[in-house]
Write a protein that binds this ligand. Structure first.
Ligand code: EPZ
Length: 428
């Protein structure tokens, strides 16, 4: 289990140059788990969630649910949640600041209690992360919304059916709306929704709870019900953890096999890896092997977009790989306005990168050298670990609570594949 003491002061020490070999099991998806955990607020029946990853973000979500009055039994990779006795609809500032995905409590609380008070989610290091689209759906359903003392206060009489076209494709905005409208018995239509696998996994859960949700392209038709039931659900595998390991296996010129993956969720990532020269073998629907034949890394041109396009959550990891490509690569980040903070840290390791607007240009270099680098956000810290695996000498990645938010025992899994990596308190 993650200890909360790791919150501020641990580092990873990595000795580069070891090929990864062997098998690794991918954990359940963080970004599917978080909305599914919040969806339990919609019912008074007991819910069982399996293959939940042991992450800081999951711990924070459980803390929020308990604060609201839910009973949560947390075991190794499973949660049993009974929200029948929830007696509060306030998501406090200290928790929302710690985990902005707490904003996913808003839809369920408003639907169930016709009230919600949620602290404004601060921005975060990768961008403003607005929630205007979330609020527009609630407004259309009749909610009265005001912002006071840093909190968003929402209140409504009855949920009116909504017909809304999202102005931007938003993952948690879609998830908040779907959970909220699952308690509206009349027909609602949402257009331009996000269709990430994590959104579809939440839809599976809402259907199990009794909501009728049809999805055609980016349009969802929802018929909810006033009394939703409990559910048992196994969370889909984490496609971003899987993508991270695929890059690691290729970058280190290794040969690894991933178990518990959804191959159909990794289309654009697998295509780009093959373009870079990786050899990929798919076994059935849930196992993938990646290996290198000692060939170099071909440069890439990447542009992030909503699913099924190339995922923004894989951008930093591919950038680490492109640092060693045979030539110039370019990576354009279209989803967030400030998701290049790993650039400065990679340059400390000898990478040759420059950023112009939303595009990073990476000239491949012969080698990277180990350095002390700082994590700034979840996927940036993953890219620094990848760079450390191939850098000459020792790399120290500081502030790895960012990593622990989204990767379950990453250092242990890498060590089991042959990496020389260990976790240390930062002051050591
Ligand atoms: C989700 O964040 C994920 N988090 C992110 O993963 C992921 O990077 C992102 O989707 C994009 O795929 C979770 O699912 C918990 P968005 P979310 O709303 O929902 C703008 C990780 O590494 N926008 O799809 O917050 C927004 O500013 C994390 O696991 C509005 O303008 O992202 C951004 O530029 C990082 N108004 C873009 O849309 C809104 O109301 C996409 O944001 C909502 C969003």
């Amino acid at each position: 289990m993650i200890s909360t003491t790791s919150y501020t002061s641990e580092s990873l020490i990595i000795e580069g140059g070891f090929k990864l070999k062997g098998k690794v099991r991918i954990s359940g998806s963080k970004n599917a788990s978080l909305p599914i955990i919040m969806s339990t607020l919609l019912t008074k029946e007991t819910c069982h969630i399996e293959d939940v990853p042991d992450l800081l973000d999951v711990k924070n979500s459980v803390e929020l649910l308990r604060l609201l009055g839910a009973q949560v039994i947390q075991g190794p990779n499973f949660l049993t949640i009974d929200a029948s006795k929830v007696n509060s609809y306030i998501a406090p500032d200290y928790l929302v600041r710690r985990m902005r995905a707490s904003v996913l409590a808003m839809g369920p609380l408003l639907a169930r209690f016709k009230k919600a008070v949620v602290a404004m989610p601060g921005g975060c290091s990768i961008g403003v992360r607005a929630i205007d689209q979330h609020l527009k759906v609630f407004e259309k359903a009749g909610a009265h919304i005001k912002v006071q003392h840093g909190y968003i206060h929402l209140e409504l009489k009855d949920i009116k059916p909504v017909e809304y076209t999202f102005e931007v494709v938003t993952v948690t905005g879609t998830e908040n709306a779907l959970m909220f409208l699952s308690m509206c018995e009349k027909r609602s239509i949402l257009r331009n929704i996000a269709i990430e696998p994590e959104v579809m996994d939440l839809i599976e859960v809402l259907r199990k709870m009794g909501a009728s949700i049809q999805v055609e392209g980016r349009t969802a038709i929802i018929r909810g019900c006033s009394e939703l039931g409990g559910f048992t659900h196994r969370v889909i595998p984490d496609r971003i953890e899987a993508g991270t390991f695929l890059v690691a296996g290729f970058m280190t010129k290794g040969d690894i096999e991933l178990e518990n993956v959804r191959v159909d969720h990794l289309g654009s990532v697998i295509e780009k890896l093959k373009e870079a020269g990786a050899h990929i073998e798919v076994y059935g629907t849930d196992r993938i092997r990646v290996y290198s034949k000692g060939n170099g890394i071909k440069p890439l041109s990447i542009s992030t977009s909503e699913y099924p396009g190339f995922p923004t959550d894989m951008q930093a990891q591919f950038m680490a790989m492109c640092c060693l490509a045979d030539g110039w690569s370019d990576i354009t980040e279209n989803i967030f306005e400030n998701r290049f903070q790993h650039v400065a840290e990679l340059k400390r390791m000898g990478a040759d990168i420059y950023v112009k607007g939303r595009t990073a240009f990476i000239r491949g270099v012969e080698k990277l050298t180990g350095a002390e680098v700082f994590s700034t956000d979840l996927r940036a810290s993953a890219s620094l670990v990848l760079a450390g695996l191939v850098a000459e000498g020792k790399t120290i990645v500081r502030d790895i609570y960012h990593l622990d938010r989204g990767y379950e025992r990453l250092d242990e899994k890498l060590r089991n594949l042959g990496a020389l990596i260990e976790r240390k308190a930062s002051y050591e």
